[in-house]
Design a protein around this ligand. Structure first.
Ligand code: SF4
Ligand code: SF4
Length: 167
């Protein structure tokens, strides 16, 4: 178990990518550029393992129910099921493999849901605007919308939420 007292995310209310890396929750760069892969931004030792039960390739592991979920990166197909079922809205899929854009799949639970083709504001983990993107896919499971957005190249590891400006 890591000494969590030196991590700042509890005090700040958001987690930094450096903290996720230190917790072993970020895939290695060779895997990130291969194709879609899940990232579980789940740093707290809480009694939850729903993502394990729903992962179709059994890519997610945990020894005790309060452990942090660990992904066997090469077993992950980027299907997005963990994004759909995570009650903490902590699961994402990123695809950094394309030369001209990155793709981020994220959960969305506001109404109305985004639609394919929508232009949306891209927000980082702090809730700050970092650019604009395009919704390329939306599906729904139990009132959670699973949204894939195309982002400018380089933003795939930053964008974790979207804002829809309805005119
Ligand atoms: S994206 Fe799909 S295959 Fe990958 S960890 Fe999530 S549920 Fe499993
Ligand atoms: S379902 Fe979400 S909150 Fe629960 S262990 Fe998996 S990533 Fe963490």
């Amino acid at each position: 178990m890591k000494n969590m007292s030196r991590f700042e995310f509890r005090r700040k209310g958001y987690i930094e990518i450096e903290e996720l890396k230190e917790l072993g929750l970020i895939p290695p760069s060779e895997r990130l550029v291969k194709g879609p892969v899940a990232i579980l931004e789940c740093p707290e030792e809480i009694p939850c393992n729903i993502c394990i039960a729903f992962c179709p390739t059994k890519a997610i592991k945990m020894e005790r129910i309060i452990d942090l979920p660990r992904i066997e990166w090469d077993k992950c197909t980027g299907c997005g099921m963990c994004v759909a079922v995570c009650p903490g809205l902590a699961a994402f899929v990123v695809d950094l493999s394309k030369p001209d854009a990155d793709y981020v799949t994220l959960p969305y639970e506001l109404l109305p849901p985004p639609r394919k083709g929508d232009r949306v504001i891209l927000l980082n983990r702090r809730g700050e605007r970092v650019g604009e993107g395009e919704v390329v896919r939306v599906w729904e499971r139990n009132k959670t919308f699973i949204v894939t957005v195309k982002t400018p190249k380089g933003l795939g590891m930053e964008v974790r939420s979207i804002w829809i400006e309805r005119k």
